[in-house]
Design a protein around this ligand. Structure first.
Ligand code: NAD
Length: 442
């Protein structure tokens, strides 16, 4: 239980974890490649370096985060000194997905450890090589009674969810998020649910179209579109649509060549089930670019789909793959009709040089987070909260907020004894007028 009370112990554990992550970086990169052909560049940018940076950040800040925070006292309590103590929840369950299998397992784990919890991690069964190296690293860095990895499929998660936990941190799909919330409710266990959604990406007629195309192609096709905050569909102003599609095609070719199938930078779809699901979404759509699929490699080309019907399969749910529907709009009412068909998304993007328009849009719609004139990069700032709203999730993390997510905040008032004002004590007699006068000033 040393990890609970001893901040230095937690810090040393995190340093040990940092050592093993750095030492095994090449093996992790290889595992990510073996699991779904993730390039070394993307593995470093979005997985290993991200985890290393989170580790260093936690190690450097843990002392100040864990210290009781003194806050201004209320005059009503005079004389007192007031504090917020960060208390570990206790036993934390982390369930992680396959799409950024290293980062999305390790980052919550780092914060849960920093906050002093005992942690059980259940990584995804769909990326077995990465899960195995995670299990190996964790076993080296931590005592089993402190942090443990339990590998396995859905049945393992289901079994874990029957147990009582002090906190559950889940990253994954909306349907499984609901299962987790239900299981947590049984024991009034607090949860963070990092889920997904259908993320709109608006391109208005004033946007820098070429740059927008470049940034959207990057955000959509990194990880082959298997990213919770990837733009799901584009809403482009009808006046610039034709030109914009040409720019998108050019940018895809620039990034992945004429045959992305052979690009070392373009990952495959994670498994047959997801490959088939995505191939089905292509049926009866108008493909204007890409569209090639290959079962033996679980390959799906970066694909542009022109004006799918709002009732089509591809516009029903989160796509989570390299298929990009392009819809045009004329008025802001058109935007509203389409955007409000869906639950509140995890991310939202608007490309425009008209700052009144973009400001209005980001205030009008509710969503987890997003960018003006870029995609996905809000994820990279540790000072910004990351999380959904409505169906895209409950709670947020990153940076200091991650530490706070895994800590119960205990309010403590330390009362002074050198004076004891009699105002609050009965009999109240004629104190009402005086208390009213005091309360008016607060
Ligand atoms: P998933 O919900 O299928 O699986 C996530 C985890 O839950 C896995 O470890 C899996 O073993 C477990 N699981 C699956 N079915 C379960 C069940 N019936 N009961 C208990 N546990 C179960 O999600 P996924 O396919 O791994 O990931 C893709 C989804 O995750 C997408 O919807 C994506 O938007 C979302 N996602 C969200 C974020 C975020 O930060 N908000 C990040 C990545 C992915």
């Amino acid at each position: 239980m040393e990890y609970k009370t001893n901040v230095r112990y937690r810090k040393e554990s995190l340093k040990k974890l940092l050592y093993y992550v750095v030492k095994n970086e090449e093996t992790i990169i290889q595992a990510l490649y073996d699991d779904f052909k993730k390039s070394a560049f993307e593995a470093v940018l979005t997985e290993t370096s991200y985890v290393i940076s989170d580790l260093k950040y936690a190690i450097n800040n843990i002392n100040s985060w864990a210290k009781p925070k003194r806050v201004l006292p209320s005059i009503l309590n005079f004389p007192s000194s007031d504090f917020i103590y960060s208390e570990p929840y206790g036993k934390v369950l982390i369930i992680s997905p396959w799409n950024y299998p290293f980062q999305l397992a390790l980052c919550p784990l780092i914060s849960a450890v920093a906050a002093g919890n005992r942690v059980i991690l259940k990584p995804s069964e769909l990326t077995p090589k990465t899960s195995a190296i995670i299990a190996k690293i964790i076993a080296k860095a931590f005592h089993k009674n402190h942090v443990e990895v339990i590998e396995g499929d859905v049945t393992v998660s289901q079994q874990l969810l029957t147990q009582r936990w002090d906190y559950i941190f889940f990253t994954g799909s909306v349907p499984v998020g609901k299962i987790v919330a239900k299981a947590a409710a049984q024991f009034i266990t607090p949860v963070t649910l990092e889920l997904g959604g259908k993320n709109p990406c608006i391109v208005d007629e004033t946007a820098d179209l070429k740059l927008a195309a470049k940034r959207i192609v990057w955000g959509k096709f990194v990880n082959a579109g298997q990213t919770c905050i990837a733009p799901d569909y584009i809403l482009v102003h009808f006046k610039v649509k034709e030109k914009f599609i040409i720019y998108l095609m050019e940018e895809i070719t620039l990034a992945y060549g004429k045959e992305p199938e052979f690009s070392q930078d373009f990952p495959s779809i994670v498994n047959e089930k997801n490959w088939r699901r995505l191939c089905n979404l292509l049926i009866d759509t108008s493909v204007v670019f890409g569209g090639k699929t290959k079962e033996d490699k679980y390959y799906i080309a970066p694909t542009l789909i022109d004006e799918p019907s709002l009732d089509s399969l591809i516009m029903a749910d989160e796509i989570f793959g390299p298929l990009l529907p392009i819809l045009s709009y004329k008025t802001e009412d058109d935007l509203e009709t389409i955007i409000t068909r869906y639950e509140k998304p995890l991310a939202f993007y608007v490309f425009s040089l008209n700052s009144n328009f973009s400001k209005k849009i980001i205030q009008k719609y509710s969503f987890g987070g997003g960018c003006i004139n870029d995609t996905m990069i809000h994820f990279a700032n540790k000072r910004l909260p990351f999380g959904g709203v409505g169906h895209s999730g409950i709670g947020a993390y990153h940076g200091r907020l991650s530490f706070d997510t895994f800590s119960h905040k205990k309010a403590i008032v330390k009362k002074g004894n050198w004076i004891d004002l009699s105002m609050r004590y009965a009999p109240y007699k004629d104190k009402l007028t005086t208390i009213r006068r005091i309360l008016k000033w607060l």
